[in-house]
Ligand binder design. Structure first.
Ligand SMILES: [Zn+2]
Length: 289
């Protein structure tokens, strides 16, 4: 039987390319085709004017089935030799459908509602040592455990509530983190009393503007996990009694609630957020307070 090669080109490394390789290898086993996956930086240059190229804009893990079908189709028609996969500009959004929806509908969109901001901040606090995907997966469990993140109700929780939450199915089994959420709800109330709202307090650090860091991640460059600004806020929140609010956690929170726009410059969300909000350009490394 004739053996042909289907080339699969990824335009940049993506978090789930390993998983994709495994799945594709499984398809390859039962066919007369060899499958080859390459990760190269400039796919277009390599491809040039080549024909028989199909492009997909995403390789979300949850959609791997459709990928497999696409590849099977390529094998059957014996026409298509190259599949070009364009990874998501914000690579992590490709991980699965849950991440993609979160990326598209929440991440980096400025939050000006205290309840929403409390939920964001508490998800970040509880993430410590766990994956963000797990936080998104368990979000409904968290909401049902913590009265839909109503900080006033949570601030009144007692030992019985900690026990109730610990016994909830699928809830994370960390008494320390649950106690921290209750503690943080109390601290959150105090900040609200002092500043009028917690959002007012958080946004005062950027003078109500969305921060764009100069030299913002050119495609492929890495975004640091913390900076001077997150360090300053972390320090202040700790002073106010908050728990699990290290500088890395706070940097994530700044990104999530839109105080910093860290979408990749080529991501459609980057431009959309900048159009709809007042922005300020800063240098990430100069953020020392
Ligand atoms: Zn993005």
């Amino acid at each position: 039987m004739e053996v042909r090669i289907v080339h699969i080109l990824l335009d940049k490394p993506v978090s789930n390319s390993g998983r994709l390789k495994t799945l594709i290898a499984e398809v390859g086993e039962n066919s007369s085709f060899n499958l080859d996956i390459q990760i190269i930086n400039d796919v277009d240059k390599v491809l040039g004017e080549k024909e028989n190229v199909i492009t997909s804009d995403s390789i979300i893990l949850d959609h791997c089935k459709s990928w497999i079908n696409l590849i099977r189709g390529c094998m059957e028609t014996r026409e298509l030799r190259i599949i070009k996969i364009q990874a998501h500009p914000c690579g992590w959004a490709d991980y699965n459908e849950r991440n993609k929806i979160y990326h598209d509908t929440e991440w980096g969109i400025p939050v000006h509602d205290d309840k929403k901001m409390f939920e964001h901040l508490m998800l970040e606090c509880m993430q410590c040592g766990l994956s963000w995907d797990l936080m998104l997966k368990k979000r409904e469990v968290f909401r049902s455990c913590f009265d839909d993140f109503n900080y006033d109700k949570i601030a009144d929780y007692d030992e019985n509530d900690i026990q109730r939450i610990l016994e909830t199915e699928d809830m994370i089994k960390s008494p320390r983190k649950i106690a921290a959420v209750i503690n943080n709800a109390k601290c959150f109330q105090k900040v609200r009393e002092e500043f009028g709202s917690f959002c007012e307090y958080m946004w005062s650090y950027s003078e109500n503007k969305v921060i764009l860091y100069n030299g913002h991640c050119k495609v492929g460059s890495k975004i640091p996990v913390s900076n001077g600004l997150s360090k300053t806020i972390s320090k202040d929140l700790k002073k106010r009694g908050f728990k699990y609010v290290g500088e890395v956690t706070i940097y994530s929170h700044l990104q999530a609630c839109g105080i910093v726009n860290d979408h990749d410059e080529t991501c459609p969300c980057y431009a959309k957020i900048n159009q709809e909000n007042t922005t300020v350009n800063k240098r990430r490394d100069k953020e020392v307070y």
